[in-house]
Design a protein around this ligand. Sequence first.
Ligand SMILES: Nc1ncnc2c1ncn2[C@@H]1O[C@H](COP(=O)(O)OP(=O)(O)OP(=O)(O)O)[C@@H](O)[C@H]1O
Length: 364
Amino acid sequence: MANTIISFEAVDKRYGDTIALNDINFELEQGKFYTLLGPSGCGKTTILRILAGFTSATSGEIKFKGQKINNLPANKRKVNTVFQDYALFPHLNVFDNVAFGLSLRKVPKAEIRQRVLEALRLVQLTGYDDREIAELSGGQQQRVAIARAIVNEPEVLLLDEPLSALDAKLRTAMQVELRQLQRRLGITFLFVTHDQGEALAMSDEIFVMNNGKILQQGNPVDIYDEPINHFVADFIGESNIVKGKMVKDYLVSFVGKEFECADAGMRPDEPVEIVLRPEDLVLTDVTKGKLTVTVDTQVFRGNIYEIMSHDSANNQWLIHAVHKATIGQKVGISFGPEDVHVMRFGESEEEFDARLETYEGEEE
Ligand SMILES: Nc1ncnc2c1ncn2[C@@H]1O[C@H](COP(=O)(O)OP(=O)(O)OP(=O)(O)O)[C@@H](O)[C@H]1O
């Protein structure tokens, strides 16, 4: 990539017998919003800590604009971190919290004032400089923590679950605000979360992680539409995942029937898993459905009915329906070939990408 700012090459991190990171490779471009997404303990924070210089990699290379920085001290890196608990100083007011790092570095007073006020303006806290930290709401404290990081004019901002302490409504508002701030600053953000909705809403690119590995990298739409394996399909959004067999290119069988699909490049009779998203399933009359299911439960969610059902092979099917159904009733479900996403067992991201390229090319 032409404007790569950060790269990780074959990075491993071990703590005794624990493998926290296992062969991590990625590149971050300047001015983009990236998210590390995965369950607790998958290694997200460890990546941030290695990048910030708070801990070192066991092996592999970390580069900043092409230069190896493995041994560069944290305070020499053009990287700042916003922590989950904000780590603000309760005995200092807003101005002094934001000014703290600059004062330590003996930056001239007039310059400190100008930079702190600008940072507060960027996070929409103009006029709050005299406030005590205890007099701020959670969302405002969070913005002070961001101001304190951006006042150092980093080229990369690392954010470790910075929204997790906020209530749901404020969290959604801050997601939009953070995204706008990243665009305004034009710097690279690397954001950590275990919340898939947050990752989908905010990111240019997502890295989905599990067990110290990056399983899939892509933009939110690609990750949602083309999950590489069961873990990603299950972790991102809601899914129906059933086992089946590839019959031939663009034809797959599951629940004892054959269905057209958009996938190809597998062996005939290869065992596969099939993902169908609940919003792609349409409730129909039994005679018109591609599959017949029995309705078990139904929950009204305002915009949709969330219907849980099962088929003759006892697979569970979650359907997001516009109209309500009747519990115990047999209904048909219908879907298009493009809604049937087939996944191979154990396929790597490289093999997956190569297969997509080959077969998407042939279709045209
Ligand atoms: N200082 C440490 N000593 C020993 N093991 C550690 C240390 N720090 C992290 N680990 C282990 O490394 C693995 C990755 O931890 P990490 O904090 O990176 O996960 P995470 O994805 O950020 O999790 P969370 O979402 O819970 O913060 C975990 O198994 C964790 O227990």
